[in-house]
Design a protein around this ligand. Sequence first.
Ligand SMILES: NC(=O)c1ccc[n+]([C@@H]2O[C@H](COP(=O)([O-])OP(=O)(O)OC[C@H]3O[C@@H](n4cnc5c(N)ncnc54)[C@H](OP(=O)(O)O)[C@@H]3O)[C@@H](O)[C@H]2O)c1
Length: 282
Amino acid sequence: MHKQQILIAGCGDVGSTLGLALQARGHNVFGLRRTINQLPAGIQGIAGDLADPASLQGRLPPCDILVYCAAASQHDEAGYRSAYLEGLRNVLDALAQPPRLLLFTSSSGVYHQADGSWVNEQSPTHPDRFSGQIMLQAEALALNSGIDATVVRFSGIYGPGRNQLINQVRSGIAAPAQPEHYSNRIHRDDCAGVLRHLIGLYLQGTPLEPLYLASDDVPAPLHEVSQWLAAAMGLEIHTTKLMRRGGSKRCSNALIRASGYHFIYPDYRAGYSALLRDMPAD
Ligand SMILES: NC(=O)c1ccc[n+]([C@@H]2O[C@H](COP(=O)([O-])OP(=O)(O)OC[C@H]3O[C@@H](n4cnc5c(N)ncnc54)[C@H](OP(=O)(O)O)[C@@H]3O)[C@@H](O)[C@H]2O)c1
């Protein structure tokens, strides 16, 4: 396989994990973010602000593949617009030549379904919040860019250093059994794994679908996950509290699995068991 020039714009947790895996396979990987001293060795840093076109002009290397996986650091409408829509437009404008492939990371937050139903790549998306609406606009920008583009919608990302649910359970709080609220997860290593898998397919000449939903095999009520975590840590739950994250729905991963991807952590038990095992004792 030819060595590719790969630019990861918004090279944070998922981007850096992906970048290291690609670099280990001999590719030339550039990571763009504002604080490049946070990048691991092996990823060539490009300091730039996606919101500031002048900081990108003339600074981007020619690339075969662009992975856009910036996350908004400001959680209001302006912050989302800047990180997902304007940032993508600014990178595409700043590249002297368009890449051959664009992968854009999106979110299962684009789905409005809240009745526990299954959703997949064909499901309607009518998000009532600005976050999902802007994400859909950014997806459309990627898909209509004239470049071979694929959107990957991740569900809730968990993994090393992302301990919100573990910390809640540690303080004795679980989600209530009712109303039942389905949650969907994907481990950070599987986010990177899915992106690497798609790049591998593309480089071997297999056409990619325009859209994949990437979530593990087991959508599960938050109540079940938090109770399981409590049992795994040998802790008592003394309070229940609504911990809603998006609408209750179940994300199907049938398409990404049919493309040949094997999840490293197929369910929350596998992923959280590994996290708990590797967590420093306090
Ligand atoms: N969190 C979730 O559960 C979830 C769910 C679904 C989808 N996603 C999506 O998954 C993708 C990967 O997320 P992640 O966990 O890897 O996020 P992350 O660790 O927060 O990384 C995002 C990166 O974007 C960079 N960035 C943000 N604003 C920037 C700007 N203006 N200019 C340059 N770089 C900027 C940040 O670096 P600097 O601060 O150094 O610039 C950071 O390295 C994102 O697209 C996210 O929206 C996340």
